[in-house]
Design a protein. Sequence first.
Length: 209
Amino acid sequence: MSIDLKKLESHLATRSYVEGYSPSQADVHVFKGLGSAPDASQYPHASRWYKHIASWGSEHATLPGTSKAGEAFAAGAAAAEDEDDIDLFGSDEEEDEEAERLKAERVKAYQEKKATKPKTIAKSVVTLEVKPWDDETDMKALEEAVRSIEKPGLVWGASTLVAIGYGIKKLQITLVVEDELVSLDELQEQIQEFEDYVQSTDIRAMQKL
């Protein structure tokens, strides 16, 4: 069998073997068809391959696979489109599949890591002012009413009474809220529903944690 050296050289430029990732009967078939080592200056890849397969000489008969893939390198063999049809080498496709598999595994690992990473919870410290109707308003009852409001993500803090004139004092109270869970507008509306005590509310200060 005469071997098409140009075709073999082109194939071995990107591969170590005629078929797959280890020596096989396809390599033995082409090796025997060559009969002698290719000119290293003209066919460096084929020459390198020939020397490597020659080193397996004592094991040629026991190597796995068939000679079918090697037959494609016979001079006058079917055109490249026919070679594609029978997928002689398969290594490009196998390498692509392996690359896609590794990529998918990395993406999956990243998504799993991202999913398990604790989410940062945005919080704010707020100073809220609550003004009574007059100096006769029971400020203790007013504060108790305010603190009776409970919501997920709301924590009431310290409070103080601040004089605003004419004997009237307003409640100044600190609270911590989770921004995604607590609407300050809604909270103020709830507080102002205590109409017996509350005239108005106002946010004095707010700072992100």
